[in-house]
Design a protein around this ligand. Structure first.
Ligand code: KG4
Ligand code: ZN
Length: 334
């Protein structure tokens, strides 16, 4: 089954065609980073307008790259939430129009589930039970999956999301927006042990995360060094900050896998593009004999293929969305 996937929850317009939930026939993206960069964050109204302008041309590109005509589309999957409501509505309205015109099923899906299913695009689903860590610009979530499509949220951030923390610290260090990728690059030249930043909630005994204190600690440290006339090494700060984030994520994810008896760990979301997180998670999973899955870097960040994949797995279980399905900015994972 060839499913068209549409993703417009935030600042990337994504369209893809995926066959049988895992074979990517096309996956095209139009990023709005250049629009939002000068504001230092995503401006919702500008995001919606850009989706309106870009979605239709992108649909043509996605079909052409897949070597398909409209009549070859067998179902339409679209992100329903969580995300920016105006941005979500652009994708939803477009998906409904296509499904109606082609007389094919519509399935409106959860963006976070998409980040998990990005793992199945290249390698297909492993045997459950899994523990999944979703770390993106808007979310930090640790989830237990006793079986496919069943979610038990174990913990989440009590303040900033992981990507948000990366972006805020990167902005403070003068690295542009979104700063996560640049911070990652710079950290490779730095010493992760240069500064011992706090590992908030590492020993809290639960699966919640807190990152705003770490961000403040970075600011305090840099200001103190400035006052003392020391020259701050930006790569050292970046590497030390990154290490603190990664340490806590590894500790909580592994503790959850152990407690739940999970055999596989899945990672998803934009922050999983982080090279240090990938490397250290891989080492830790190997040490513990766990199977670790993470998508290729371009499938970690928002894209239409992950939405088409979730859509397929829901469709084959008989799920359909009606044409009055609405956008849900706070849609929980369930
Ligand atoms: O999943 P995503 O594309 O969008 C949301 O659903 O939020 O995640 C975007 C986030 C941004 O905060 C970005 O800075 C972060 O992922 N990110 C990274 C890296 N690549 C993207 N953070 C750290 N290291 C990276 N290499
Ligand atoms: Zn996302």
């Amino acid at each position: 089954m060839k499913v068209l996937g549409i993703e417009t929850s935030c600042d990337e317009t994504g369209v893809a065609v995926v066959e049988d939930g895992s074979k990517v026939l096309s996956n095209v993206l139009s990023s709005q980073h250049e629009i939002h960069a000068r504001f230092g964050g995503v401006v919702p109204e500008l995001a919606s307008r850009a989706h309106v302008e870009r979605l239709n041309p992108l649909l043509d590109v996605a079909l052409a790259e897949a070597g398909m005509r409209w009549s070859d589309v067998e179902a339409v999957a679209v992100t329903r939430g969580p995300g920016l409501v105006g941005a979500l509505l652009v994708g939803l309205a477009t998906a409904k129009a296509i499904a109606l015109a082609l007389d094919v099923p519509l399935v409106a899906v959860n963006h976070l589930e998409g980040h998990i299913y990005a793992n199945f695009l290249e390698q297909g689903p492993p045997e459950p039970p899994y523990v999944a860590l979703i770390v993106s610009g808007g979310h930090t979530l640790l989830v237990y999956m006793p079986e496919e499509q069943r979610y038990e949220v174990l913990g989440q951030t009590v303040d900033d999301a992981a990507g948000e923390a990366f972006d805020k610290v990167a902005r403070f260090l003068g690295l542009g927006f979104p700063g996560g990728p640049e911070l990652d690059r710079l950290a490779r030249e730095g010493d992760p042990a240069a500064v011992r930043f706090p590992r908030a909630m590492a020993g809290s005994g639960d699966y919640d995360f807190s990152l705003s204190g770490l961000k403040t600690a970075v600011v305090r440290h840099v200001r103190k060094e400035e006052r003392e006339g020391k020259k701050t090494s930006v790569p050292d700060i970046a590497a030390s900050f990154q290490e603190a984030v990664v340490d806590v994520q590894i500790q909580k994810t592994m503790a959850a896998a152990e407690e739940k008896g999970a055999t596989s760990v899945l990672l998803g979301g934009g922050v999983v593009a982080n090279s240090r997180l990938r490397q250290r998670m891989a080492e830790e999973a190997e040490r513990r004999g766990l199977r670790l899955l993470f998508p290729s870097a371009e499938l970690c960040t928002d894209n239409g293929a992950m939405i088409a994949s979730v859509g397929y797995f829901r469709l084959i279980r008989g799920e359909r969305s009606s044409f009055d399905v609405g956008a849900d900015p706070g849609l929980p994972l369930s």
